[in-house]
Design a protein around this ligand. Sequence first.
Ligand code: CAA
Length: 257
Amino acid sequence: MTGKKYVKVEEGEIRRVIISRPEALNALNREVLEELREVFSSPPEDFHVVILTGEGKAFVAGADIGEMGDMGPGEAYNFSREGQKVFSLIEEYPYPVIAAINGYALGGGLELAMACDIRLASERAKLGQPEVNLGVIPGFGGTQRLPRIVGMGRALELLYTGKMINAEEALSIGLVNGVYPAEELLKRAEEMAEEILKKGPLAIKSIKWVVRGGLQMPLEKALQFEALAFSKIFSSEDQKEGMQAFLEKRKPEFRGR
Ligand code: CAA
């Protein structure tokens, strides 16, 4: 396990990233954000899956309220843009990122989870955008990613009321993909990562690129984008191996090239 003060990293085929500031429920101060920026701006070259989680009873309980209290509009703008950029790095990270939501995912914490590709939650998780309780709005992407994930009506309800929902409710609106007993959460996230690791690495990377990129485009452009990515993969060894293995009734051995 390597790491800085607040973000621990265990490298490997499963790259574990643990936010570790439990005394403040892993609240995102500038240092935590900076450490996350470093972790997600320098991905190892070998194909891997990231599992992002929090230490203790929280995933992340939001941006650090202590740090925000005295901010003026200029500072608040910069803080918002800085957080947004860090979370965009996760969205643009070239490998899959799974959020294992072990507890509170509130405000900036839910926004962080929403920048990940897949969200799995412990039965103990509590999720919400409570910014209105503080007289402010989400600033790390919540007003934009939440409606894109759960639809506008459900997003506005969560944003207007600032209420916390439990993991089962989050599952019912598609905010998380699965809910597990607390002690099983990491194991289940690892099983999902292992499943992904068996597939063609080029295909997985391409899927993330095409899905994320295509959602920013009008449909016809996005379909062209898909066709280009589809054609590109036909120049890879993985495509030949995957199809050959099927025809020979054996398991493929993908090499990521
Ligand atoms: N920022 C700074 N410190 C925080 C924090 C936060 N977001 N959330 C919790 N903490 C700190 C508490 O101040 C407390 O510190 P002390 O022990 O020094 O008093 C410690 O973490 C433990 O918290 P609690 O004693 O409050 O724990 P609890 O179990 O009683 O309550 C909780 C848990 C319901 C999550 C409660 O801590 C809470 O409501 N936290 C704030 C949640 C929130 O409003 N998040 C949104 C922040 S705004 C934001 O994120 C804006 C944005 O989009 C960029």
